[in-house]
Design a protein around this ligand. Sequence first.
Ligand SMILES: Nc1ncnc2c1ncn2[C@@H]1O[C@H](COP(=O)(O)OP(=O)(O)OP(=O)(O)O)[C@@H](O)[C@H]1O
Ligand SMILES: [Mg+2]
Length: 512
Amino acid sequence: MDEHILQIKNVTKKFPGVTALSDISFNVKRGEIHGLAGENGAGKSTLVKILSGVYPADTYTGTVIYDGEELNFDREALRSAMDKGIAVVYQELLLVPEMTVGENIFLGREPVTAHGSVNWNKLYADTRELLKKYNLNIPFSARVSALGVGKQQMVVIAKALSENVKVLILDEPTSALTEAEVDTLMEILERLRHDGITCIYITHKLNEFFRITDTITVFRDGMVVDTVKTKEITTEKIISMMVGREMKERYPAETRNPGDAVMEATGISVPDPLLQHKKLVDDVSFSVRKGEILGIAGLMGSGRTELVSAIFGEYGKGRQGTIRINGEEVSILSARDAINNGISLVPEDRKLLGLIVSQSILKNISLPNMDQFTKGFSVNRHKEYYECNEMSKRLSVKCPSIHSIVESLSGGNQQKVVLAKCIMSNPRILILDEPTRGIDVGAKYEIYKLMNMLAGQGVAIIMVSSELPEILGMSDRILVMHEGRCTGIIDNDENATQERIMTLATGTSVLN
Ligand SMILES: Nc1ncnc2c1ncn2[C@@H]1O[C@H](COP(=O)(O)OP(=O)(O)OP(=O)(O)O)[C@@H](O)[C@H]1O
Ligand SMILES: [Mg+2]
């Protein structure tokens, strides 16, 4: 048996105007966890699609040897990757929400009775056994729609494992998971490694490479820079391989002098629509000053997103409390009201980004901001093009041109278009919910620089983030949430440490 389960040889994949993969070659060893690192648009997901048959063999050049044989997917055989034992866990989970866990796992392969009807007993018995084998704590007969993202992802993994998978590919699996769910995922991966299953693991969270992978292949601009042993490399080295230069600092240094409060929110509460006496946000008060970056920290599910959505008018009249802007109380009952009051929000959920994916980058950035390019009835197309292009370049959106269709961009680059659109609207208050999720280190740095620049111009910025280094690296003050409540607002000085924030975030002590 060959030591390598996958040999990728001189693979080139082109799209109109873009070479997504340019003559790449590397090997994946049997049974290892092999990380793929690289900036947004470097070609990682494209390779995944080649390995899983989304792009059939006649749409690229070069060869992939899988388990001793050349991969040769044709256009008809949609299931053939699965049949061969290659399974992918995508960021968007492809499950049927109305069906149960068991039904999803055995969808299309349901065991049948002698009479030809579905053998439900066997289906659920098999499901239970499978979940037990991998120590997956999921109710086997629950509807998938009733499960959280982390559990849904485990269902996807269980489904792959039920089909005798040999290579499991995970493309940014942890971006929507809580810390505890990430821990569980890591345990599952270790178990798989122990069982000799090969994993390919893609992430922008570099610490995860060191937690779980054996080997890392670094991509840059559609090429493979190198394949290295995880033990023999450092984070700094990976970053410099990814971005092609040394990056000494992760957060641009900046001294800020915040001015007066722009917005004051008092007693903000949002009732839980499902549970009568519970609140998603419970009596939170805070202010944000001109030119200040206020970080909002807390565990997933602590009400951070609900708090900023409430400020943005999401819950209409359901929200309690008052919002003052420049000292005057304002009524914000919708996103439109929020925008009219100079508030802009970059949402957390990639699927709800409000992008028109079939339209160009230019149109996505300019359409909501048309008033800036219009005088009377005429649109200044030159100005529209120039300013949107500048913004797209600043955020280093990787694309052949600003006329490219958003759908053709990599995940992280789509995210940047949303940022561009919101920043273009010249908000007074800019709310960023997980602004750098799924974004590579180099582009993160650009986003931080842009945040500093906007703050320097007097914009008040509220940033929700799950990454404590980012919170500590960028905020002037930090608001910490726990179970809907604010457990502290602290200055970001030498006393602000990850430990202190975690203490507040886990509700182990309550200040205020
Ligand atoms: N269907 C498509 N049509 C045109 N170009 C595409 C298409 N799919 C991908 N590309 C381009 O190929 C390049 C590689 O994209 P890919 O999605 O593989 O990047 P990635 O490394 O997964 O990035 P990210 O970290 O942002 O997910 C990008 O420049 C992207 O715009
Ligand atoms: Mg990708």
